[in-house]
Ligand binder design. Structure first.
Ligand SMILES: C[S@@+](CC[C@H](N)C(=O)[O-])C[C@H]1O[C@@H](n2cnc3c(N)ncnc32)[C@H](O)[C@@H]1O
Length: 363
């Protein structure tokens, strides 16, 4: 019933304040959700709010998830994370919504499998807040940070076998160069890869400080930009360890194929490689590809996405000052406006296969 539905203007501010509250019981090390009000409004617009089923594919510490539950009391939420520790903390944090919430330990590229197992055919929305949580970055033992001398691990899912140290020990100079260049946009990729190959003959690279020192030796001082010169190499390794780009290429079409008409996909990304994939995927469904001069758009060529974020939303100066991590965010969202035409469905199934092959290659 319409009057039972919450309006985001009424509910979101309280929910947002609670979700963003870093002094709550879970920890002082909690992650601050980025563009929280915008995500709630885009994923769950007031007119859509009758008991929707949504999937938070990157549950993290449930900052966004909590706000989704509080903004829409009837919501059913499936929360996926590949990090078991994050999943446990999030489940504790969502205890007051336990009857609405199903936590799942999985990669989001297993989206289809997760929904099949839960007996869900269709969803009303899906949300992704890509990258790492502050908890993961801060945990020295996880090896994500070039500022702390942790082991070169970088696995989001610690049950996976491939670590950053394995990559540094076993990949060829050519492959290392390609990763640093493609995923880190590192100008000195080849020199760094060569130095790694030389150093590993003498001693294995197992700790963050060894890699930080190596990059420091190799990158000429006069060519350094701001920040630690190892930053790009760490980013590249993390993307490779976790197969982040193939994960994203795989999940977007899986979501679209399960989305109810009127349902939405909302994605926050933090670097240009991810944003490019999202932008292209959304643009493909939002434009009309039609020979010039046709009087009417033929059935199968009508746009199936509506761009509800109007391009990329960025964080305000205030938010960036409060939460520097929001400085690089790009938030994009689309709504499915009609059932996917058969040709588009086939293309998407093909794209999922390609992304899965990319993941296989890394195993
Ligand atoms: C930026 S955090 C999400 C924070 C969350 N929105 C919050 O407000 O607390 C990203 C989370 O996504 C998870 N993640 C990243 N890539 C994933 C993938 N391919 N599959 C499942 N979880 C993933 C990470 O483990 C991390 O916990």
């Amino acid at each position: 019933m319409a009057d039972e539905k919450a309006s985001v203007e009424d509910i979101a501010p309280g929910a947002i304040a609670r979700a963003a509250d870093i002094t709550d019981s879970i920890a002082a090390r909690i992650h601050r959700p980025v563009l929280l009000a915008e995500c709630v409004n885009l994923l769950l617009p007031a007119e859509h709010r009758t008991d929707p089923l949504i999937v938070d594919c990157t549950l993290g510490l449930a900052g966004h998830a909590l706000a989704f539950c509080e903004a829409t009391p009837g919501v059913r939420l499936i929360g996926i994370d590949r990090d078991q520790e994050a999943l446990e903390l999030a489940t504790r944090r969502l205890w007051t919504h336990a009857n609405q919430f199903t936590p799942v330990h999985a990669s989001f590229s297993q989206f289809d499998m997760v929904l099949d197992k839960l007996g869900v055919d269709e969803v009303d929305g899906a949300f992704l807040d890509l990258g790492l949580s502050s908890l993961q970055i801060d945990e020295k033992d996880r090896g994500f940070s070039y500022c702390a001398d942790g082991p070169l691990d970088m696995r989001m899912d610690v049950t996976q076998s491939l670590t950053a140290a394995d990559i540094l020990a076993s990949y060829s100079v050519e492959n290392l160069t390609q990763i640093f260049r493609d995923y880190g946009q590192e100008r000195w990729a080849s020199r760094i890869a060569q130095a790694i190959a030389e150093q590993r003959q003498r001693e294995p690279l197992r700790h963050a400080a060894q890699l930080v020192n190596l990059v420091d030796r190799v990158v000429p001082r006069r060519n350094r930009g701001a920040g630690n010169p190892a930053k790009r190499v760490f980013q590249a390794l993390r993307i490779e360890v976790n197969g982040e780009l193939d994960e994203l290429r795989s999940v977007l079409p899986q979501i679209a194929l399960r989305l109810a008409v009127g349902g939405r996909i909302v994605v926050e990304s933090y670097h240009s490689l991810e944003d490019r994939i999202i932008k292209r995927f959304f643009a493909r469904g939002s434009r009309v590809d039609m020979p010039h001069g046709m009087p009417q758009i033929p059935e199968g060529l009508r746009p199936y996405f509506r761009d509800v974020s109007h391009g990329a939303v960025k964080a305000s100066k205030d938010e960036i000052a409060r939460n520097p991590r929001s400085g690089s965010v790009r938030l994009r969202a689309v709504e499915l406006t009609l059932p996917l035409p058969p040709a588009v469905r086939n293309e998407m199934l093909h794209d999922i296969k390609l992304a899965e092959q990319g993941k296989e290659k890394r195993r």
